[in-house]
Write a protein of this length. Structure first.
Length: 349
């Protein structure tokens, strides 16, 4: 009986506890906890530090311009850098004056030969080769001498014309390349099995110049044909020339109709090898090129300069570099006097 008594009293204690809880005052409602402001403040400090200009490049940060970004704000990629390099190479190609570099090469060759002549003990054969190389350097200087200098000195002009009469190939770009090959062979043959002789320096210079002579010569020939087609309105592949009806009255008319049923320009196709009396192909071409010469001769002196040839290339949508213009000009200047007169112009085309 005594052992069961605590079990009977236990529910009574639980009831008393419930009553005490009912009589207790309601707890005050807890205020919602404010979010901690310290992490946000730290984040703001980090962002402010990132926005401040770095000491390494304060000017770029202050101006708000990223050096690797374009003015529009777009990030430059590898293709943009490749395009910039290509533009720089194109500018260098258009600027490169091969005539001036040939002139400098002649001076370099003479200087190297003179130093080698007094600084080393030469055999008779080596002395003879050195003498020939000096003569070759003088020839290159005279051939590639700037036109402005030649025009001021009448003696130089006479010497240049005499040289062209003696060796006509020097008036052509490919001819100067062949002559440079001879100079290179002589420069390296004079080395005597070693690099003690200085002319090998000029030989290396001319070896690189030979490649440029032929490259610019081929490119100039291609653009020369393009200018010919532009002036003559001639189709080289089909061997025909288009002639406007206004210039030739005794021709057949081929009238075409385009998609809008509009009459095209009346013109005729004449084979380049045929002769139709007064309207022969040769006379037609002479008229075309004579008219273009008068158009290019803006000052009316009857002569064309390199600037006129460059302007003609722009009209034909064939921009000429300095070296290409030099090659075309030397070809058209059949008299080799530094200018192109109308007879040269019509004959050389």
């Amino acid at each position: 009986m005594a052992a069961n008594q605590p079990e009977e009293n236990q529910p009574l204690k639980e009831e008393d506890n419930n009553q005490d809880n009912d009589n207790a005052p309601d707890p005050e409602p807890q205020q919602p906890q404010q979010p901690e402001q310290q992490p946000q403040a730290q984040n703001n400090d980090i962002n402010n530090q990132a926005a401040q200009p770095t000491p390494q490049n304060p000017n770029a940060a202050a101006s708000g311009v990223n050096p690797s970004e374009e003015p529009g704000g777009r990030q430059k990629d590898a293709q943009d850098y490749v395009s910039e390099v290509g533009d720089a190479c194109n500018k260098c190609y258009n600027w490169f004056p091969i005539g001036l570099f040939g002139f400098i090469g002649g001076i370099l060759l003479i200087v190297c030969c003179i130093i080698d002549l007094f600084a080393t003990n030469l055999t008779f054969t080596q002395f003879f080769v050195i003498a020939l190389l000096i003569c070759g350097g003088l020839i290159m200087i005279l051939v590639e001498m700037p036109v402005a200098i030649v025009k001021k000195q009448q003696t130089l002009k006479v010497m240049q014309l005499a040289l062209y009469d003696w060796l006509k190939l020097l008036s052509r770009m490919w001819g100067r390349g062949i002559f440079s090959i001879v100079l290179v062979v002589m420069c390296f043959s004079e080395m005597g099995g070693g690099f003690r002789s200085l002319p090998w320096i000029a030989g290396m210079y001319y070896a690189a110049l030979i490649v440029l002579y032929f490259i610019f010569g081929l490119l100039a020939a291609k653009k020369y044909n393009g200018i010919y087609v532009f002036i003559s309105n001639c189709d080289i592949k089909t061997g025909t020339i288009n002639v406007n009806l206004e210039q030739n009255d005794n021709v057949e008319i081929n009238v075409g109709i385009d998609d809008d049923n509009k009459e095209q320009e009346q013109q005729q196709q004449i084979p380049l090898t045929t002769d139709t009396g007064s309207n022969s192909t040769e006379e037609i071409l002479r008229k075309k090129f004579g008219s273009k010469f008068d158009e290019l001769d803006t000052n009316g002196d009857g002569l064309l300069t390199r600037a006129d040839i460059a302007r003609l290339g722009v009209e034909a949508s064939l921009e000429l570099s300095n070296s290409e213009c030099h090659a075309i000009f030397t070809y058209l200047d059949d008299d080799c006097n530094g200018d192109i007169n109308k007879d040269n112009w019509v004959t050389m085309w």
